[in-house]
Design a protein around this ligand. Structure first.
Ligand code: IPM
Ligand code: MG
Length: 368
């Protein structure tokens, strides 16, 4: 049998820098754990635009459909700000999500003990925090038609459409309930059923799926604005949050900051399982391309490394090895190793991106 395949798309900005550390980690698992992957690397975002004039070539899209998992760094940067909307770097990422049908986006927000002081919230509010945001990723206002900017009389009108079908809501709800069963068995669904019909349908369908298939899971509903408030007031009340594409985008950035730094948060975007039970999957850090620190060796590679840990768990059924990697990260943080984004008020000397990779590899060695 051939090795499982991974397509690496480092992308733009700090993407290539953080991905270089992930490549070292992948090699470590091959050498030390006999977990070998066939890895290929390609372009996405601005990097793909520079070479092909599009943010994702058809060839790369085709490879993404074939491999067992895609790892993506980040897309975008000021250089591409004035490009036509249709070829903006972000369109490459959105095409991957849509064509791979990655409807379930898992964004864990976990506060490492060693970092509880780094959150902008008080330590006792965030320490021990472990929540999972499940964001619908292939529909809603990101993709709804009609969309565009047109002329009405002598002014321009911008239009986007929030649209959800029952089956789109049902499948992401199922994925949230399944996850909850492996965690603390609680789901909170967030929408704006007080003002949006799509929110009313969302609430109904989530409740129906719950009653018919997951009555053992504790379900609550919350308006998304209240949800944002509750996330910063008392985030530990949540276990799994399920929400739509746009609310999920906003709420997950908010949840990310609870953990101290956007540089810590991984994500997994999953589709339906294939015949072997393996879902189409793309893994990426929640942080963006961070043009302000690109090329300076300052970027924190942990979010990208933890995204690979999610790949081990959700694509390759290697939960124990995923835990090994997560524990190695926890260990270096507990030892006080910090990249620049994790410098507290008391200062200290930050390590570089590569040095963070070095210490995580050393912690992996020590785990054997
Ligand atoms: C995210 C990002 C993307 C989104 C952008 C880069 C298109 O903010 O993954 O959260 O809006 O979904
Ligand atoms: Mg976002």
């Amino acid at each position: 049998m051939s090795n499982p395949s991974i397509l690496i798309l480092p992308g733009d900005g700090i993407g290539p820098e953080v991905m270089a550390q992930v490549t070292r980690i992948i090699d470590w698992f091959g050498d030390k754990r006999d977990l070998k992957f066939d890895v290929e690397t390609d372009l996405v975002g601005g990097a793909a635009y520079d070479k092909h004039g599009v943010p994702l070539s058809d060839e790369t899209m085709a490879r993404a459909m074939e491999v067992d998992a895609v790892l993506l760094g980040a897309v975008g940067g000021p250089k591409y700000d004035n490009l036509d909307f249709s070829v903006k770097p972000e369109r490459g990422l959105l095409r991957l999500r849509k064509e791979m049908d990655l409807f379930s986006n898992l964004r864990p927000a976990q506060c490492f003990d060693a970092l509880a002081d780094f959150s902008s919230l008080k330590k006792d509010i965030v320490s021990g925090l472990d929540i999972m945001i499940v964001r619908e990723l292939t529909s809603g206002v990101y993709f709804g038609e009609p969309r565009g900017i047109h002329k009405e009389g002598n002014e321009r009108v911008g239009v986007n459409t929030q649209r959800y079908t029952e089956s789109e809501i049902a499948r992401v709800a199922r994925s949230a309930f399944e996850l909850a069963r492996k965690r603390s068995n609680k789901v909170c669904s967030m929408e704006k059923a007080n003002v949006m019909e799509s929110g009313i349908l969302w609430r109904d369908v989530v409740q129906e799926i719950h009653d018919a298939e997951y009555p053992d899971v504790e379900l609550s509903h919350m308006y998304a604005d209240n949800g944002a408030m509750q996330l910063v007031r008392a985030p530990k009340q949540f276990d799994v949050i399920v929400t739509d594409n746009l609310f999920g985008d906003v709420l997950s950035d908010c949840a990310a900051m609870l953990t101290g730094s956007l540089g810590m948060l991984p994500s997994a975007s999953l589709g339906l399982p294939n015949a072997e039970g393996r879902p189409k999957a793309l893994y990426e850090p929640v942080h963006g391309s961070a043009p302000d620190i690109t090329g300076q060796g300052k970027a924190n590679p942990i979010a990208c490394i933890l995204s690979f840990a999610m790949a081990l768990r959700y694509s390759f059924d290697e939960g124990e090895e995923a835990t090994r990697l997560e524990k190695a990260v926890e260990k270096v943080l507990a030892d006080g190793v910090r990249t620049a984004d994790l410098m507290g008020p008391d200062g200290g000397t930050p390590v570089s991106t590569t040095e963070m990779g070095d210490v995580i590899l050393a912690a992996l060695d020590a785990s054997l």
